[in-house]
Design a binder for this molecule. Structure first.
Ligand code: ACO
Ligand SMILES: O=CC(=O)O
Ligand code: MG
Length: 522
């Protein structure tokens, strides 16, 4: 392991959490500072490149497969070796890294648990540090928890799921960790601390340092991760290719560079995942400034149609050609408490979503709740093996299908639902919770982004509803006031409503709602 260079990192907020001193060590923070020093300028220019590309799209350029990487798409190459404990990923459970959920998820019977510092987490400093403590304790064998409200004790069972960690996306910063007066990248902070503390012990225990990488927009962003991995492996004395990553394809531009992303990361990558919720958000964000791309109600944009169906099939074909796993995504249905019929219907919806995925050729899928592990396992039993890497879809959708808009109605109910979800979600996020159950659905940062993006898009173009009215500022203000009234007393309601109002009525589309929201966190 290399020694720490003279690179001071200041942690600007004290934390009194038990075990924090073992996570926020000067060696670990020094490693994060090194990552920052070497890679942060590139991260910032890649974020600027996203905006430049948006300007070209706004001027009429549509996403396409890049001409200059045709040789990569046509070349005959494969990704590197996939570790034994990642050969069967048929069901993966996801959730924030708080102790109770980590233990429940690891014990859930799912093959993999993705501990999420991203869509499911509000990046409150203490929660992030506690998450790192919990994950470190998992590898040290000391993870347990007693729920103060119930007295119930939680401990790891005999056959825990394989652990994969999802750091924040490139866009978020960690304002509590400062180098040379600048905040470090949230992605490098989450990644760096987890890797530093756990890579060797995870390997010693027959697993490894595994990551999900969110919200990439291009092969250049994948190349940045590749360089981070190489540097980190050398620094920590890990053999090249030890870190294993699965990249979420959850932005429209990235879906046109799937081969290239696999190629850039080929030594370290084991698969791609259809992050459908951010993908819908990205479709609206990237194309939604043109009036011929007005999306229908959120509930009408299902995975069996239009751009979503196309990208699922293309992802399977691309991955399997390269020997990489093609992971499915998250159905937002969760168990319904106290209503047997509604619960049964929700389970069936999850089951049919998973059956669609397994028939498309996916090698595994995501669930949001332990009660969904079984139905998902049952659906993926159709694979007849640990994966279906050999399965090549009959056809590979091309550019037109990849861009095809969903057809369907825009309704007052859909607009109100967007308001009714976005406000309590943002309120929960401001209160430190990044995933919440709302109206029997799992809502997180990605699903909430769709809500506010649709409202912005519909307002900008005065979108017509199924009853022939057009969306307007007056309608938005009326419905907003009524929905706020109906929500009653919710902590952070006013701040959340104010933020939603700003996001929806802004001239310029805000890249991520979590950017202004993060300014409200301590
Ligand atoms: C778009 C994307 O990025 S998807 C990936 C990111 N999103 C997520 O990961 C969301 C994960 N899911 C969750 O956070 C939760 O399931 C929620 C918020 C949707 C619902 O949470 P709750 O209302 O607390 O669920 P519920 O009360 O039914 O939980 C029952 C039990 O299951 C546990 N549980 C629920 N979801 C999970 C989970 N994902 N992982 C582990 N345990 C879980 C609860 O901790 C609770 O445990 P207990 O009985 O020991 O107290
Ligand atoms: O991260 C997953 C998604 O659907 O977004
Ligand atoms: Mg996402």
């Amino acid at each position: 392991m290399s020694s720490v260079l003279d690179r001071p990192i200041a942690v600007s907020a004290p934390t009194y959490l038990e075990g924090a001193e073992a996570v926020l060590t000067s060696e670990a923070l020094g490693f994060v500072a090194e990552l920052h020093e070497r890679f942060d300028d590139r991260r910032r220019s890649l974020l600027a490149a996203r905006i430049e590309r948006q300007e070209r799209i706004d001027a009429g350029e549509l996403p396409d497969f890049p001409a200059d990487t045709q040789h990569i798409r046509e070349g005959d190459w494969k990704v590197g070796t996939i570790p034994a404990d990642l050969q069967d990923r048929r069901v993966e459970i996801t959730g924030p890294p708080n102790a109770k959920m980590v233990i429940n998820a690891l014990n859930s019977g799912a093959r993999v648990f993705m501990a999420d510092f991203e869509d499911a987490t509000s990046p409150v400093w203490d929660e992030l540090v506690q998450g790192q403590i919990n994950l470190r304790n998992r590898w040290l064998g000391t993870l347990d928890f007693t729920d103060p409200s119930t007295g119930k004790h939680y401990a790891l069972g005999p056959d825990p799921a394989v652990l994969i960690v999802r750091p924040r996306g490139w866009h978020l910063e960690e304002k509590h960790a400062i180098v040379d007066g600048k905040p470090v990248s949230g992605a490098l902070f989450d990644f760096g601390l987890y890797l530093f503390h756990n890579a060797h012990v995870a390997l010693d225990m027959g697993s490894g340092p595994y990551f999900y990488l969110p919200k990439l927009e291009s092969r250049h962003e994948a190349a940045l991760w590749n360089d981070v991995f190489e540097f980190a492996e050398d620094w920590l004395g890990l053999e090249r290719g030890t870190i294993k990553a699965t990249v979420l394809i959850e932005t429209l531009p990235a879906a046109f560079e799937m081969d290239e992303i696999l190629y850039e990361l080929r030594r370290n990558i084991v698969g791609l995942n259809c992050g459908r919720w951010d993908y819908i958000f990205s479709y609206i964000k990237r194309l939604g400034r043109s009036s011929d791309r007005l999306t229908p109600d959120r509930s009408a944009m299902t995975m069996d149609k239009a751009f979503l169906a196309a990208y699922s099939l293309r992802l399977v074909a691309t991955c399997h050609r390269r020997g990489a796993f093609a992971m499915g995504g998250m159905s937002a249905f969760i168990p319904v408490k106290g209503d047997e019929a509604a619960n049964h219907a929700a389970m069936n919806k999850v089951r049919s979503d998973k059956l669609r995925e397994v028939c498309n050729g996916h090698d595994g899928t995501w669930v949001a709740h332990p009660a969904l592990v079984r139905p998902a396992m049952e659906a993926f039993a159709a694979m007849k093996g640990p994966n279906q890497l050999h399965n090549m879809p009959d056809r590979v959708p091309g550019r037109d299908e990849m861009l095809e808009l969903h057809r369907g109605a825009r309704t007052e109910a859909g607009a109100r639902e967007n308001i009714r979800v976005a406000i309590p979600y943002i309120a929960a996020w401001l209160g430190g919770r990044g995933a919440v159950p709302l109206y029997n659905l799992m809502e997180d940062a990605a699903t909430a982004e769709i809500c506010r993006a649709q409202l912005w898009q519909w307002l900008r173009f005065g979108a017509s509803f199924d009853d022939d009215r057009r969306f307007s500022h007056d309608l938005f203000e009326d419905w907003l006031a009524e929905e706020i009234g109906a929500l009653g007393s919710v902590p952070n309601l006013k701040s959340a409503a104010r933020l939603l109002h700003e996001l929806v009525t802004a001239d310029r589309f805000q890249e991520f709602l979590t950017l202004p929201a993060y300014e409200c966190l301590d």
